[in-house]
Design a protein around this ligand. Structure first.
Ligand code: NAD
Length: 260
């Protein structure tokens, strides 16, 4: 990744999936800029960015299009072009990440869709203009888009929209050699995940039932992020790469069959 530079969106702390990807990219020689949402997060993100040799921090709330425009303008003032963007952003009212999907409110449906799905489109519109020779855009999704996961609710619907957006964006931008892919990560204990009801149970279930019989780490996700941002994946676009210890291929609970 020597000579390549890109924007990381969604780093909150050392548990963040974005941190796993940032570390892998920086270790491979990439130059990184970081966007953060709000002043409180700046205090956390600044020392982490410094650890990876970056002092380039940009405020950005992806639900505000003016804010997004300003963020990309700031990026452009320092870097004329970029090679990749990592979009690791999702949000929903945690009161609706428990109970049933049928109870989803319109306000939270729209807000979740905006921040967790549309933001990829909004980011891609702006990032593509800074990728005249092509580039790579990577987002983070979860299996709850494909199958029902208890409590994931409206977030699952937003992730389904995100995954389909990846395919449409990949097709739109393919002629410009801009690749768009998703990583479908297994459950990992992060700030965002702590809002999901019974998350510890989901973690245990995944650990017991995935082919690798373990949960994935942010380093596992980091390796996949590096691959998708780099030229190693030059022929890959519109893909949803599962980094979930293989959980998505399993069709039945893994335990000794009872005598029947
Ligand atoms: P995290 O809390 O570390 O990161 C979420 C980030 O989203 C935070 O940095 C937060 O500031 C940012 N964000 C939320 N609303 C925003 C807004 N309006 N504008 C700008 N930024 C905003 O948690 P994480 O688990 O690392 O989440 C990163 C991505 O990975 C999310 O899309 C999440 O859905 C996805 N993901 C997480 C898991 C998991 O189990 N943790 C699994 C699969 C996918």
């Amino acid at each position: 990744m020597q000579g390549k530079r890109g924007l990381i969106m969604g780093l909150a702390n050392t548990k963040s999936l974005a941190w796993g990807i940032s570390k892998a990219l920086a270790e491979a020689g990439a130059e990184l800029a970081f966007s953060y949402q709000g002043e409180a997060l700046e205090k956390r993100v600044r020392p982490l960015a410094a650890e990876l040799g970056s002092d380039f921090l940009i405020p950005c709330d992806v639900s505000d299009m003016d804010n997004l425009d300003a963020a990309f303008e700031t990026l452009k003032q320092r870097w004329e072009t970029i090679d990749f963007v990592v979009h690791a952003i999702g949000f929903s009212d945690k009161n609706e990440l428990r109970g049933q999907y049928v109870d989803t409110s319109l306000d939270n449906f729209l807000m979740t869709m905006n921040i967790s799905a549309y933001s990829l489109v909004a980011v891609t519109q702006r990032a593509a203009k800074m990728m005249p020779d092509g580039g790579s855009i990577v987002t983070l999704t979860y299996y709850g888009a494909e199958k029902v996961i208890p409590h994931y609710n409206v977030m699952g619907v937003a992730k389904a929209a995100l995954e389909t957006s990846v395919q449409y964006l990949a097709n739109d931008l393919g002629p410009q050699n801009i690749r768009v892919n998703a990583i479908s990560a297994g459950p990992i204990k992060t700030l965002a995940a702590s809002g999901i009801g019974d998350f510890r149970y989901i973690l245990k279930w995944n650990e017991l039932n995935s082919p690798l019989r373990r949960n994935v780490t942010i380093e596992d996700v980091g390796g996949a992020g590096l691959y998708l941002c780099s030229d190693m994946s030059s022929g890959v676009t519109g893909e949803n790469l599962h980094v979930d210890a293989g959980y998505h291929v399993v069709g039945m609970k893994q335990e000794d069959a009872p005598d029947i």
